[in-house]
Each structure stands twice: as structure tokens, then as C-alpha cells.
Design a protein around this ligand. Structure first.
Ligand code: NAD
Length: 433
């Protein structure tokens, strides 16, 4: 089967490589020429384990190609995936201009296309977008009707950065939202080699499944963080408490780790977009509103505790270890390190930062701070350390050798406190120091 993927970001590249692994011919398209030339050279434009190897493998085998023209790629492909970004606007609503432009280009290709083509929306779009904005743009540009002249499906992506290939090749489920049987059959045939459950829904239900899943996961995190602040004051450890809570089969032990809150390109943006949709429907959203509020409390809370541990933050040197929003990625979108660093600077601290992969990206959004190339130098420079991302290399730090270090706050329960000697240590969710 000939497939094309429009948008070569985390989702587009992973989708393209998954399709190539399944044995299909794939063309990757992006408007960003630098991204495309990196991909052509077998280099992922972002850090993601396993991607470079698969790029090299499939370019060599000839199953993967790139094109900078969505029109040409869509003319060639039988199935075209839309995987462009849907970032937040200032008011929290979803920015749909990349989606509209991609749909318009694909629509133009459908005009002259022979044979049945299927357009698949992979991007996260607010409920109603596929059968609304996207269908209109495709129909207007092609002069054909969705479901008759071409197929249309909404297939949300559930991958996690840092384990994107693994998640994409072994999904818990494949959701296919479509109005026409032919598109469903095409998608079933395409994805059946994955061996996962394929769930058929309407396009709007598929869109809502993605938002409802992300909102649920974000809610779990904010819930555990609220419990965490209570536990800290009650003198118990929230990790002990959640071990007991998670044994309840109705709850499950996953996603019950307290910390500095959620970041990344999905949870904050998707919860905000759904709140915005609900406003338009005149429906109150007290749960989602407080999920976001709790997420804003955690970074401030961490800085409050550090201030108490050091007496003052004025002129204190604080190193932030970890700038990516999670380990095994260089993505810094909505990283919790940013509000922590801003709060530290506001209270008079000098801030240093280190990240094994994300420092370059963080520089583009960083306030006035110092960057270090290696973690040991960054720690040696500091009066205190805040651990924000649980990179593996931070687990093996020899803390004992840093004689001037006074305090550590562990935002991700990564450090073994038995190896710290006289350094003051506090991990979020444990009794307050
Ligand atoms: N990143 C994730 O972990 C993740 C997980 C699940 C779903 N999603 C969703 O998938 C979508 C893509 O996310 P991402 O993180 O891959 O975004 P991204 O910003 O990393 O990549 C989007 C790419 O699309 C390209 N693009 C924009 N308009 C284009 C056009 N007209 N033609 C060709 N290329 C175009 C951009 O240059 C960019 O490279 C979003 O809707 C996101 O919410 C992301």
C-alpha cells in the first residue's frame, strides 16, 4: 500500500516509520526543509530512541522517501495521514490553521486522483473538526464528497515521547473514527498486522476519545499531587499511600506518581482546548479547571520549600537538573522546569541548568540563566539542586563528592537519599523538611 504522512514531527515521523515497519511504502512530507534533509540523512530532527536506526534502515531499503510537496505526495499515495501540529492559541483554544492548510493541499490532489483515496487525521483535533473544518476543506478543494469520492477517517495517536516507536508499534488500541465502511475496511487492513484491538467509532467520538484520555491522565496526576501536599503536612509519604491506593483494581497503580506536575506538548494543550470547547457549549468544567490550577501550584510549592530549606533564595546558586518535560526526549514544550526557573529568578536566585539532550531547545525559551555541559560541573557550581527530569544518568550521580552542596529537592523521586550524607534532601510527596 502507498502511504503519505503530512507533517514530520514526533507523530508524523513515528507514524511513517511504523507504516514502513509494517511493510508499506511511505512518503514523508514537511514544510520545514531542515527537518526533511535531516530525515533524509537518517537523522531524527528530534531526540527519540530508536528513530535514527529505523530511518537509516528504511531509506536504505527504499521503503521510505521524502517530498517537500504535499500535493505531489498525496497524488501518489492511496492513504494520506495528516500529522501536522495543533498548538494552543493564546486563549487555550486549538490552532487549526496547519490542519486547514494540509487538508486544502490534499483536497487539491484528490481532484485529479484516480481510484479511491483515504485521508486519515492523526493530529489531535477538537471534537467536530474532522467532519467540520477538515471535511469542508477537502470537499471544497477536490469537488468530491467525503465517503463517496474519497474516504475520511480520524485515527488519534496515543504515543508517548521517549517511547514513541514502542508505543506506535504496540498500541493498547487503534481507534478508527469514520462514517464510511470503505475507509474502515482500509484502515483495518492497514493496521491489522499490529495485532491490537481496532475500535470503530464515529470521527467525533474518536476525537473525543483522545481528549478524554489525556484529560483523565492529567486528572490522575493533579489528583495525586493534591494528595501529595496533604500527605507532606500529615507527615506521611504519598508514595506509600498510593501503593495502597493503586492495589485497588478499579484505580490501577499507573500514573500515581506525585511530583512537579505535567508538561509536554499534549496534556496542558489538550486539557485547555477541551475547556475552551466546553465554554463554547456553555458547559461548566470544574474538574478540568482545577486540574490545570493544581498543575500550576506544584512548581510554586517546590520553590517555596526550597526557600525554607535555604533560609532565602537571594543570591543562592540553584542548579536545575533536567529541562526536558520528561526523560528520553529533547522536547521542552510546557516543561515544568520553566515555571520553576522563573520563580527561582523572581526570588533572587542565580540559576544554572543541565539536560543531557534538551539544553539546546531550552535555550530558545530560557530566561537569564547559565547552562552547563555536564551534570557534575553544574552541581559543583550550586548551593542547591532541583531535580526536574528523571534522566537515567542522574540516578548514578555521586552526590557525596559535592562538598559545598547544601540542599536537594527531588521533583521526580529519582535520588537514593541514603547516599547523600549531610546534604539536606526533600522529595516531593514526603513529609516536609
Ligand atoms: N508529540 C506527542 O507526543 C503527540 C502524541 C499524540 C498526539 N499528538 C498530536 O499530533 C499532532 C502533531 O504533534 P507533533 O508533536 O508531532 O507536532 P510537531 O510540531 O512536532 O510536528 C508537526 C510538523 O508538521 C509540519 N507541518 C505543518 N504544516 C504542514 C503542512 N501544511 N505540510 C507539511 N508539514 C507541515 C511542521 O513543520 C512540523 O514539522 C498534534 O496535533 C499533537 O497534539 C502529539
Amino acid at each position: 500500500m502507498r502511504t503519505a504522512v503530512i507533517g514530520c514531527g514526533y507523530v508524523g515521523l513515528t507514524t511513517g516509520l511504523t507504516l514502513a515497519e509494517l511493510g508499506y511504502d511511505v512518503v514523508l512530507v514537511d514544510t520545514d526543509k531542515r527537518k526533511l534533509s535531516a530525515v533524509r540523512e537518517g537523522r531524527s530532527p528530534f531526540y527519540e530512541p530508536g528513530v535514527d536506526e529505523l530511518l537509516k534502515k528504511h531509506f536504505k531499503a527504499g521503503t521510505l522517501r521524502t517530498m517537500d510537496d504535499a500535493l505531489e505526495a498525496s497524488r501518489w499515495a492511496e492513504i494520506v495521514f495528516i500529522a501536522v501540529g495543533t498548538p494552543s492559541r493564546e486563549d487555550g483554544s486549538m490552532e487549526d490553521r496547519y490542519i486547514r492548510e494540509a487538508a486544502r493541499q490534499i483536497g487539491r490532489s484528490l481532484k485529479s486522483a484516480r481510484g479511491f483515496r483515504t485521508v486519515v487525521v492523526k493530529s489531535t483535533v477538537v471534537p467536530g473538526t474532522t467532519i467540520g473544518t477538515i471535511r469542508s476543506a477537502l470537499e471544497r478543494a477536490s469537488g468530491k464528497r467525503a465517503g463517496k469520492g474519497f474516504g475520511l477517517a480520524m485515527c488519534p495517536e496515543f504515543l508517548r515521547e521517549g517511547s514513541a516507536m514502542q508505543d506506535s508499534l504496540h498500541p493498547d488500541r487503534v481507534v478508527v473514527g469514520t462514517l464510511d465502511d470503505r475507509s474502515f475496511e482500509t484502515m483495518s487492513k492497514l493496521f491489522s498486522p499490529l495485532g491490537s484491538i481496532i475500535l470503530r467509532t464515529s470521527p467525533t467520538a474518536a476525537e473525543m476519545i483522545k481528549y478524554a484520555s489525556n484529560t483523565f491522565l492529567a486528572t490522575k496526576i493533579s489528583y495525586v499531587n493534591e494528595m501529595s501536599r496533604l500527605c507532606e503536612k500529615l507527615g506521611v509519604d504519598v508514595y506509600d499511600v498510593m501503593e495502597g491506593v493503586g492495589l485497588d483494581k478499579r484505580i490501577s497503580p499507573h500514573f500515581l506518581r506525585a511530583g512537579v506536575g505535567f508538561g509536554g506538548s499534549c496534556f496542558p494543550k489538550d486539557v485547555s482546548a477541551l475547556i475552551h470547547v466546553a465554554k463554547g457549549l456553555d458547559e461548566p468544567t470544574p474538574v478540568m479547571d482545577s486540574v490545570m490550577r493544581t498543575n500550576d501550584i506544584q512548581p510554586r510549592h517546590l520553590v517555596d520549600v526550597l526557600e525554607r530549606m535555604l533560609g532565602t533564595l537571594k543570591k543562592r546558586k540553584v542548579t536545575v537538573l533536567g529541562l526536558a518535560f520528561k526523560p528520553d526526549t529533547d522536547d521542552v514544550r510546557e516543561t515544568r522546569s520553566l515555571p520553576v526557573i522563573k520563580a527561582l529568578i523572581r526570588r533572587g536566585a542565580e540559576v544554572g541548568g543541565h539536560d543531557p539532550k534538551a539544553a539546546l531547545n531550552f535555550r530558545t525559551i530560557a530566561p537569564d540563566m547559565t547552562f552547563f555541559d555536564d551534570a557534575a560541573t553544574a552541581i559543583e557550581w550550586a548551593d542547591a539542586v532541583v531535580l526536574m527530569t528523571e534522566w537515567n544518568e542522574y540516578r548514578s550521580i555521586d552526590w557525596g563528592q559535592h562538598k559545598y552542596l547544601k540542599a536537594i529537592i527531588d521533583g521526580r523521586r529519582t535520588i537514593d537519599p541514603s547516599r547523600l550524607g549531610r546534604i539536606k534532601y526533600w522529595s516531593m510527596g514526603s513529609p516536609l523538611p
